[in-house]
Write a protein that binds this ligand. Structure first.
Ligand SMILES: Cc1cc2nc3c(=O)[nH]c(=O)nc-3n(C[C@H](O)[C@H](O)[C@H](O)COP(=O)(O)OP(=O)(O)OC[C@H]3O[C@@H](n4cnc5c(N)ncnc54)[C@H](O)[C@@H]3O)c2cc1C
Length: 712
């Protein structure tokens, strides 16, 4: 999940050897985690896949199952949803020569990747080129092995765009400025805000001496054995994680077994019922209580307030520990001593990325396996011609280029080729309303009936109802969207007990964003903000975070993003649009008391100077999946399991261990395509899939999962 993990205590103290995520495991831990859950809790998943793949007495689906009239008209796979899971499924299938159609309900691809552009935005005018903001996903850890498939996709798509002279659609990464020493903090009516470089030894008015409720022992400066000063309260989270990270670094299976013993706990429950003061080790002070005591309410409250947002510690403890690995992926994996955070975002807005994917899908020929191999080499997913891994993709702006410690990649040359004919595979304003299994389809092989409502782009009125049939369907919707609101018909009928329950119960996290334009970028002067970026300012007001723009430095005016989750988001979301903006303005003024924020505000003009967002209606409640206690063990394998003898496959960010990340959508799509290939007995295509797109984290691709490997 892409949340803020601000720890004011980290600056002075070096992470101990134990609580540092090891370089070798930081990238691949989630791959291993997914595999481990399936091996240990996925008995039904593997049994079900085995049944599905042995159906029809070993007969496999081949194009010969279609009679000649069906063959010309019916693609093999129907894909529901034009977010990253749907687009990636389509691009993989296109590269394997398997026909597919993608149906997107709205007039835009990208789903939860969605850039808001002010009506005054103008990419070519320096004063207007920064008038946008990211409603959905906005940043990618640059060197995380787990996250590299996102950059791989961009490079692969770029190769096709270049061959087709579609240079204006090329995806370029620019630097995303995640944090800085001058980002501001203000909590509990502090007299004035402070900056991050001064925060590590500040109690932020949480101590009882300043009207808070933390006993002074937690917020009184202490000294580590090497003389480095620290506040004990800021050492707690590292110590909570250390127990697990130490063992995971030694052995994935031992570490995950230890972690999953606490799968039934929320983060809050773990802190207040399991973690003991004695586990603080060198940071323990008897004035805190007995070594066997657990953390009190006020300690958990401080940690939640600083780390995420109100109510967010009610999610699974396992989610919170495992998220540490995603954030460690923002470090330079080639030089572990480098303290900087490396993140990227798409130049001129994330929306360009799904738009580019759609442009490629609507060509007859897509990504070639040479494109995929070159892309893997350029970013260090595989070794280059020199036998070493390196990183030097050709789609970075200057500021996003890797530091000198990162070796250059030695990749094969690009394939020249010729432009392709066009072929429509993505259908906009096509809302799927019902999906039904029919075992008589395709000469008794079985398949899915899909009902679609085609709407008018301008007023979203239904203009046509279409019925389609596919041997296989991949459905990529966020679980809330299966509650379709249709009269009389359900989206799915006759799902298995466990799938219906998983869809119903999979927990989603609410999120709120707002974009507010100011006539002047009062947060930093021109020159000061260039080549540096400012990161994120934080407070205890409901709007919680101000994300400073990572673009538009040269302009006079600029857009601030407000971002929060959980109960903070629900409360902001309950207000009217203008009230939300008012709350955000007060939150900004709280962090900038020396500025007349209201004077510099460009005024309430929705879609021109302001935009607020809460619970995108395509996600239908919640922004991204974040499991509740027990859901890794009990729901995760089921979410991945295909239904109806393998004809209906599921993908989307919720069907991955990377909740709330684009890469989760990609991993889940890879897994769904892989399931179909296995079901259809397409062994050569599975090899081609791995060669072109890399061996991703699909749990049943990993060879060590012996039970399932035997099914190929
Ligand atoms: C606020 C927020 C911040 C985030 N930050 C980051 C970040 O910084 N970095 C990162 O990597 N990730 C981030 N993410 C996560 C990332 O955006 C998602 O994980 C990813 O985009 C999900 O893709 P998806 O394909 O699974 O789902 P979606 O993008 O939701 O795609 C589903 C698609 O299905 C369509 N649809 C819905 N109903 C129907 C229907 N009946 N018929 C046809 N189509 C339908 C929708 O319109 C949508 O286009 C963030 C997400 C949010 C919400």
């Amino acid at each position: 999940m892409s949340y803020l993990s601000f720890k004011p205590g980290k600056k002075h103290l070096k992470a101990s050897a134990n609580n540092r995520v090891k370089e070798h495991s930081s990238g691949s831990v989630k791959k291993a985690f997914s595999q481990w859950i399936i091996e240990n809790y996925g008995e039904n998943y593997t049994k079900e896949l085995s049944n599905q793949r042995s159906k029809n007495d070993g007969k496999r689906f081949k194009s010969t199952f279609l009679d000649s009239s069906e063959k010309s008209e019916i693609p093999t796979v129907g894909i529901i949803g034009g977010g990253f899971a749907g687009l990636y499924s389509g691009l993989i299938l296109q590269s394997l020569g398997i026909e597919c159609e993608v149906f997107e309900a709205s007039g835009r691809v990208g789903g939860r990747i969605d850039t808001w552009y002010s009506e005054e935005y103008d990419e070519k005018d320096v004063n207007k080129a920064g008038l946008y903001g990211e409603v959905g996903g906005m940043r990618i850890p640059q060197f995380s092995e787990d996250m590299l498939p996102v950059q791989h996709l961009a490079l692969s798509v770029n190769s096709v765009l270049k061959r087709n002279k579609l240079d204006d659609k090329i995806i370029k990464w620019r630097k995303f400025y995640y944090n800085s020493d001058v980002q501001r903090l203000r909590y509990n009516n502090m007299k004035s805000p402070i900056e991050a470089h001064d925060a590590s030894l500040d109690s932020l008015n949480f101590g009882i001496d300043k009207g808070g409720d933390l006993p002074m022992v937690w917020v009184t400066e202490a000294k580590a054995s090497d003389g480095t000063p620290y506040l004990p309260i800021n050492m707690v989270l590292d110590k909570v994680n250390e127990r697990f990270i130490t063992v995971i670094n030694e052995s994935f299976s031992k570490g995950f077994a230890l972690l999953m013993a606490y799968d039934n706990y929320s983060m809050w429950a773990y802190l207040t019922n399991v973690f003991t003061l004695g586990e603080l080790g060198e940071y323990y002070n008897p004035e805190m209580g007995k070594e066997s005591d657990h953390l009190s309410y006020n300690i958990a409250s401080y940690l939640e307030t600083l780390n995420v947002g109100t109510g967010m510690y009610s999610v699974s403890f396992v989610e919170m520990v495992i998220a540490v690995y995603d954030w460690e992926g923002s470090k330079n994996s080639y030089a572990p001593e480098d303290p900087n955070v490396y993140m990227v975002t798409v130049d001129n807005g994330m929306q360009h990325f799904p738009d580019a994917c759609r442009a490629v899908l609507d060509l007859e020929d897509g990504v070639l396996h040479e494109d995929g191999i070159r892309a893997q080499q350029l970013i260090g997913m595989i070794k280059g011609a020199d036998g070493k891994k390196g990183y030097s993709p050709d789609n970075l702006t200057k500021a996003a280029e890797a530091p000198a410690t990162v070796p250059k990649a030695d990749a094969i040359p690009p394939v020249a080729g010729t432009p392709s004919k066009s072929k429509q595979r993505v259908f906009m304003n096509h809302r799927v309303t019902q999906v039904d299994y029919d075992e008589s389809l395709f000469n008794g092989y079985g398949g899915m009936n899909v009902s679609l409502s085609v709407t008018n782009d301008s007023d979203e009125r239904e203009v046509e109802i279409i019925e389609k049939k596919y041997p296989y369907v991949i459905s990529t919707l966020p679980n809330g969207a299966y509650l379709s609101g249709e009269l009389k018909t359900n989206f799915f009928d006759n799902l298995s007990f466990s799938k219906a329950r998983a869809i119903r119960e999979c927990n989603y996290m609410p999120s709120f964003k707002a974009f507010i334009t100011f006539d002047e970028q009062f947060w930093a002067t021109l020159g000061n903000r260039q080549n540096k970026g400012l990161g994120v300012a934080v407070s205890d007001r409901s709007n919680r975070q101000i994300v400073y723009p990572s673009y538009g430095y040269e302009a006079k005016s600029g857009v601030l993003q407000i971002y929060c989750w959980a109960q903070d988001a629900e409360r902001m979301g309950a207000l009217t649009d203008e009230e939300r903006v008012n709350e955000c303005l007060k939150g900004i003024a709280y962090l900038y008391p020396e500025v007349n924020v209201y004077d510099l505000y460009s005024g309430y003009k929705p879609e021109i100077t302001t935009k607020t967002w809460f619970w995108d209606n395509h996600a239908n409640g919640g922004a991204f999946a974040l499991f509740a206690p027990g859901q890794f063990k009990n729901l995760y394998p089921t979410l991945l399991t295909p239904e109806f003898k393998g004809h209906l496959n599921f993908a989307g960010e919720c069907c991955s261990v990377h909740h709330g990340w684009i890469v989760g959508a990609l991993d889940s799509a890879y897994n769904a395509v892989n399931n179909i290939l296995k079901q259809a007995g397409e062994t050569d295509k599975i090899k081609q899939l791995e060669k072109t797109w890399g061996a991703l984290s699909a749990p049943d691709v990993v060879p060590s999962l012996k039970k399932d490997a035997a099914l190929v």
